[in-house]
Write a protein that binds this ligand. Structure first.
Ligand code: GRG
Length: 310
């Protein structure tokens, strides 16, 4: 698969996601809703439309495609993951969390609106994610919808992304009076990162496999691919934070070092982190070998994740 083919696939999914989110975030109420307040809807649209690589939906869609499932279901499941991702960014940027002014190259939601609206926009995106999955349009089989719901819930909540965010705040030393400090060794750092960012990426792959009705062996290989991809994503993110320019990356950089955060870059050095990144991409590729040429997009995705500049 050429680079151009890969970017065409990424862009194709991004367009599908943009147009579905535009529809889902329209002013008209759905059955069971009473009214959609303008300011909240505007803030949700501001957070979700016109930006982002749409990497997680791409993983859902391309994994489902591996099993010949090329319909609306995968785009809808991808939109659900993207809503969780979008909510996490909106909340992460708040003054009580990371206090960021720039996201995807534009003012963060609380800067463009206000803190309360940003909190509510994140809350409503979180709810919307599960609304999308519960809808029969996502898959005619209720058992599949339940499985998708569970995969997304487990990866994004207490034992996944939100839990990882908590560990991250603890690691900054925010609550030293009440909680144990998090050790900054490699094992703890990998666990924190696996929860905070890896879990949702791995779940995206898993959700594609659920839609594709993948067998146990295939799911296991995809799960290992997802873990390697998640770690690679995080190292690339840490390298961008350490070495990238805010204008290119689309958000503030140099924050990990300023906060004394433990990352694979601080633990292994930039060259050591790059070497680890290379071996993770190789592992992701190996896991896809049994799928043959059908998995070439997922192989390219692992390379893209490692080489991305934003
Ligand atoms: C606040 C509940 C809560 C969770 C926060 C995922 C997370 C946990 C915070 C996001 C903050 C952050 C910058 C994490 C680093 C990795 C990351 C998720 C980067 C952004 O993801 P990309 O590169 O972004 O896929 P785009 O904009 O392309 O969607």
């Amino acid at each position: 698969m050429t680079n151009n083919d890969f970017f065409a696939r990424l862009e194709g999914t991004a367009q599908g996601i943009e147009s579905l989110l535009d529809q889902l975030l329209a002013p008209a109420c759905l059955p069971g809703e009473i009214a959609r307040p303008n300011r909240l809807l505007d803030a949700m649209r501001y957070a979700m439309l016109g930006g982002g690589k749409r990497l997680r939906p791409h993983l859902v869609v391309e994994t489902a495609r591996l099993f010949g499932q090329d319909g609306e279901g995968a785009i809808r499941a991808g939109a659900a993951v993207e809503c969780i991702h979008g909510y996490s960014l909106v909340h992460d940027d708040l003054p009580a969390m990371d206090d960021d002014a720039l996201r995807r190259g534009k003012p963060t939601v609380h800067k463009a609106y206000d803190d309360a609206t940003a909190i509510l926009a994140g809350d409503a995106l979180l709810t919307l994610a599960f609304d999308i999955l519960a809808d029969a349009a996502t898959d005619p089989d209720p058992a599949i919808r339940v499985e998708l719901t569970l995969a997304l819930a487990r990866s994004s909540g207490l034992g996944g992304m939100v839990g990882g965010q908590m560990l991250d705040l603890e690691a900054e030393g925010r609550f030293t009076a009440e909680s144990r400090p998090i050790p900054g060794d490699e094992t703890s750092t990998l666990q924190l990162q696996a929860m905070k960012t890896g879990a949702i990426l791995a779940a995206s792959v898993q959700m594609g496999a659920i839609i594709g009705r993948a067998g146990a062996h295939e799911r296991a290989a995809l799960a290992r691919y997802g873990v390697a991809l998640g770690q690679a994503f995080q190292i690339a993110d840490d390298l961008l934070d350490a070495e990238g320019e805010a204008a290119t990356v689309g958000k503030a950089t140099g924050k990990d070092a300023a906060k004394g955060k433990s990352t694979l870059v601080s633990l292994l050095g930039a060259d050591g982190a790059r070497a680890r990144l290379k071996s993770l991409v190789a592992r992701a590729e190996e896991e896809m070998a049994s799928f043959g040429d059908r998995a070439s997009v997922l192989v390219e995705t692992a390379r893209f994740v490692a080489e991305r500049q934003n």
